[in-house]
Design a binder for this molecule. Sequence first.
Ligand code: ASP
Ligand code: MG
Length: 405
Amino acid sequence: MAIVVQKYGGSSVADADKIRNVARRIAEKYTKGEKVVAVVSAMGDTTDNLLDLASKINANPEPREMDLLLSTGEIVSSTLLAMALHASGFKAIALSGPQAGISTDASFSRARITGIQPRRIIKELDRGNIVIVAGFQGMTKDKDITTLGRGGSDTTAVALAVSLKANICEIYTDVEGVYTADPRIVPEANKLSEIGYEEMLEMATSGAKVMHHRAVELGQVFNMPILVASSYVEKPGTIIHGGDNMEARNKVRGIAHDMDVAKITIAGVPDRPGIAAAIFLPMAREGISVDTIVQNASANNITDLTFTVSRGDLKKAMEIVKPVAHEIGAKECLSNSAMGKVSIIGIGMQNTPGYAAKMFQTLSEQGINIELITTSEIRITCIISEDKIKDAVKALHKVFELDKG
Ligand code: ASP
Ligand code: MG
């Protein structure tokens, strides 16, 4: 019998009523004769609250203790969900990540799954249990508890679906699927019935919050179809899959945006080998991920280097970059934390000219100044001022006719 892997996000299990609602939905599947494995996130803002609490106690908590602390959020929601199922007379068992057989490397707070031994899950399914797995966590060789990084429960779910050879991984959340743009900004945005892994990956890394990009990547590597749908209403969601979609040709499929962008410019950088490495190596060592990087062609062997990081990383990045900039003889180091990025995404843009020009023209008609531009084969991204993001998303959605269903 096929196994169904479902995942319920933090907002879907935020209180007792919502947990009962999720239990009812899982029970429905189970009653139809399916074997259900459900992965849960921590209730509501639990993870944020635990992070906050820790920071009040120690400004620099040990990563090991931090992960052990954060893993409790998912333990709470998974056990309560199992209890809700018991209360309605269903057989269910809650398993922590390690109990579910999830092994990871030892990079605390951003651990990677190295393998899954699903023996226990299969045994419990064979006993007739609904299996509830605490998302976002695993265990190292040395038996330390790790977490997979923010939003990591999606990754847990897709990884389990792969290892249990499920037909599909169902992600239930507080939105009804993947939209052509954020419906809170563009009310005319349309829900996509399907989208390819590549496009979804670009959407997720460009700021669309529906799904974690690592989970999409995993789905792509193992060709596991992923359904994103609402945990509240019975409506078809969006299927993320690998098949070719003829209709997506020659079309922008979605507009993604991200308001969490800070920009750093190192001006007057001497143009010689090793400079970029000198700047970016120490940041990589500190785990700061750099997004867009732009370097000008140099004039008189002097160039400017601009890059973006998330706002939370700006302070640390500046602390690292300033001394390096001084050392290499750069003129100055500037930053701006009020930036945002807007992207147009679509497989159909590949090898088709005109999309970039249309995007730039639309932004200019809105009086929006483009600070940086980056592209991939299926994405064009502009870094602009944060307060212009909403106007940009609305205008681009219209110009690329995404409101037309
Ligand atoms: N609870 C974790 C977080 O808030 C993991 C997740 O929700 O997927 O990031
Ligand atoms: Mg969460």
